[in-house]
Write a protein that binds this ligand. Structure first.
Ligand code: 5GP
Ligand code: ZN
Length: 120
């Protein structure tokens, strides 16, 4: 697995080669608004490392994935998701073709905001 794939659209977004609306960035994680939002709040969290999907996760990624899980509620609130329990948010991590994955760089969708949503 390469750290970065020059043909990967999300690697190019992380590198700033394709513009995006950034939500968050640190050494290991990048988050940006989905270009086709399903919900009033819809952003994607990605590891900076080019991991194609959940199927390629190794024990070495445990801390990274844990950090993404802990970051999600913080970013969801910052982006305008209403508080739990009446508000909240949905996290989706499509994996593989039958899992509905279109971009093969691991990403977690975080969606929230008042219903109805376009999808989901
Ligand atoms: P998947 O189906 O792989 O889980 O979702 C990929 C998501 O990436 C889709 O929701 C799609 O709208 C989003 N997406 C694809 N290309 C771009 C892009 O160039 N910029 C942004 N911001 N989102 C993208
Ligand atoms: Zn990538």
């Amino acid at each position: 697995m390469r750290a970065h794939d020059p043909n990967c659209i999300f690697c190019r977004i992380i590198a700033g080669q394709i513009p995006s609306k950034k939500v968050y960035e640190d050494e290991d994680i990048f988050a940006f608004h989905d270009i086709h939002p399903w919900a009033p709040v819809h952003f994607l969290m990605v590891p900076k490392l080019h991991i194609p999907s959940m199927a390629q996760l190794d024990p070495e990624h445990e801390r990274l994935m844990g950090r993404m899980m802990l970051l999600a509620p913080q970013l969801a609130a910052e982006q305008g998701c209403n508080p739990y329990p009446d508000g909240g948010f949905r996290m989706v991590c499509n994996t593989g073709t039958e899992g509905g994955q279109e971009v093969h760089h691991l990403h977690v969708h975080v969606m929230g905001g008042p219903r109805p949503w376009l999808r989901g």
